[in-house]
Design a protein around this ligand. Sequence first.
Ligand code: DP6
Length: 319
Amino acid sequence: MTDKTTTAKAHTNIALIKYWGKKDKILNLPTTSSLSLTLDEFYTETMVTAGKEDTLLINNMMQDPTRIHNFLDFLREEIEDFGPLTVVSKNTVPTAAGLASSASSFAALTAAVARYQNWDLSLTDLSRLARRGSGSATRSFFPGFAVWHEGHDNQSSFAEALPATDLPIALVVCEIAGTVKKVSSSDGMLRAMTSPKYSEWVEQSHVQFTAMQEAIANQDLHKIGELAEENALAMHELNITATDRRFTYFNQMTLDVLDFVKALRAEGFLAYATIDAGPNVKIITNQNQAETIKDKLQEKFRKLRLQIATPGPGISFED
Ligand code: DP6
């Protein structure tokens, strides 16, 4: 055993066009292509080193290692065998923020192991591997906007960065305490796929995916927000209309904040909402208006925990 360690840092991402359904559960192929923004403020830093068995510590607390152990076993089979690893992660994604911490976690873990093992892999290769740990991790290797091509097999389902832009986009992240029972993303999307509206959502999502790339190329923040909100609300409609165990991630506060976002728009603000697998709302706006929107929200909803997030970098290493 050596003392060698390798550390990788991956930022989380928020999907503006969501991944919400799998067409192949083993390969983790999504039913639609998705598009995300990597965020500066939230990241996972993961160090790997040899250990006696696969173990996981997050923010100095021992965790159930089952999910990462299964993923490490997948890497051992897929690329090359290696011994047990101790995985030590520092996570700045607030636990209850409803931001996909699995995105930054699996991206950082994949990158750290690949470097630890001296595998000569491109970011595209890494994104393909991370996909098997968690779909949203596929997109967390890239700075700014990234697309995950749904693909039709292992090789064709990967993510890549969109051309860099200096679009002054910002997100006001509203952390709403969850009162509803948690449904994991994997389970949630399986249920959503039983909605009679599912195939319509997939079709609409294909159109929105293309329109979103155009809006980004045109630096049209209004259009970006509008498309993201439409896509997210339609995704959540699938959950309510599922025929197998319908559910919702929303609570009353989620609805109140959504109303507030609409009212902000009526006042002339650039403000659109997106929501993932939890009750929290992220407001898409521009960097000029983010502080004012945050203050207005705080005044109206005293209990909300608010944070402003801006575009973040791709994967990085520390040795
Ligand atoms: C709503 O990536 O957590 O955040 O692949 O089953 O691990 P698994 O799902 P996960 O799902 C994320 C869903 C989402 C939308 C998105 O990030 O695209």
